[in-house]
Design a binder for this molecule. Sequence first.
Ligand code: PLP
Length: 447
Amino acid sequence: MKQKYERPTIRKMNTGFMNKFGTRTDFDPVSEIDGISVKSLVKQYGSPVFVLSEKRIRKNYQAAVRSFKTRYPKVQFAWSYKTNYLNAVCKIFHQEGSWAEVVSGFEYHKALGNGVAGNQIIFNGPDKKEADLVLAIENHSLIHIDHFDELYQIIRICEQINKKAKVAVRVNFDTGVYPIWDRFGFNYENGHVWTAINKIVTSGNLELVGLHCHIGTFMLSTSAYSVAATKLCDLAMRCKNELQTAIQYLDLGGGFPSTNTLKGAYLPGVDTVPSVEEFAEAITNTILNFSFSTDELPLLILESGRVLIDDAGYLIGSVLANKRLSDGRRATIVDFGINILFTSNWYDHKISVAKEAGQYTEETVLFGPLCMNIDVVRESINLPLLESGDHLIVHKVGAYNMTQWMQFINMRPSVVLIDQKGQSHQIRTPETLEYLEMMELLPDHLK
Ligand SMILES: *Cc1c(COP(=O)(O)O)cnc(C)c1O
């Protein structure tokens, strides 16, 4: 076959350079996921395709629970639905014993649909519709109040339907990490949270069962969690001593980082982010050092999202074409864009090739297939030379991509789960034109 002519350019060779652990292994091909070859996954489910490892999800969950339970006697996880609310994923977490943490009416109904008992659903978020609040009160769900207007609304609903609501307050505070996440919940330092607590306790028809915070996401500071736990414990003590109200649980929210590498970070995430064990140590030591008597120790709730699922998700895609940019840089166009890989905004995702490629690598820009200039999956990545049709694997994409993905000029792809026996299951079919147009209506004069 006649070779295609490429204009000659001069490039630095990046073969076999060292990192602190020796030779880089980032370029090692990844030809299978949980025992199934990348090639056969693409053949069966198309390209691109998201793949989730059930084995990895369960391992992550069990390890996180163990990190806390070996340090503190009463621990409960609640799966953060918005991180990935595909029903198959939620069901895995619920099978493992996780409650549900939801932030909208839509998610609340999804949790009920997944068979979660009403009293094991935590209802967060600033936008809870009246009908959803009524349902949540009737189901004895744990309603985490975000603002005073919501507090008054719940008091009114309880009077109207003559029911008691189980509530907690979402608290925000200075944890030493800036900017402070103070847009959700009641502030600690300015006293609003104490006012809210007083109003709840004296209302008569609300039962204050817990205190909640969620101090941020992809948090790199374990001490921020110590500060948060200290402030929640302080409030719990004041509730007991000043209001004769025992707080049943402290909910420390989510926010533990996955091992992805943040854009602009000097070292890879795997080498730098604290482990769940370290966060568990910081949180549980703080609570245990407060003077709760053993029988009054509050239940500790965690709402972890990304740390439990990010590394269980892969996106397999294919090379469409290569080209040279005007400055000589190599560009590779792939069949997945930032519309289905939202997290490429924040992370330099690790990307592997599926086949054995040469040692020669070259700095490459990875473009998605969208007709938009911003569709850049990686600004700069060292990759071996690839040909159209070659497969790439994007790592650690399990969190937020399958909920924040956007439909634009193409359909959203299949999602596949590989079970613990190594069998693959399609858990979301690729979208079709018919599905997309289902919601459209044509006025008579345009028919
Ligand atoms: C998003 C969210 C979580 C999960 O956060 P991660 O950073 O993914 O762990 C937990 N709780 C609340 C209230 C959230 O909004």
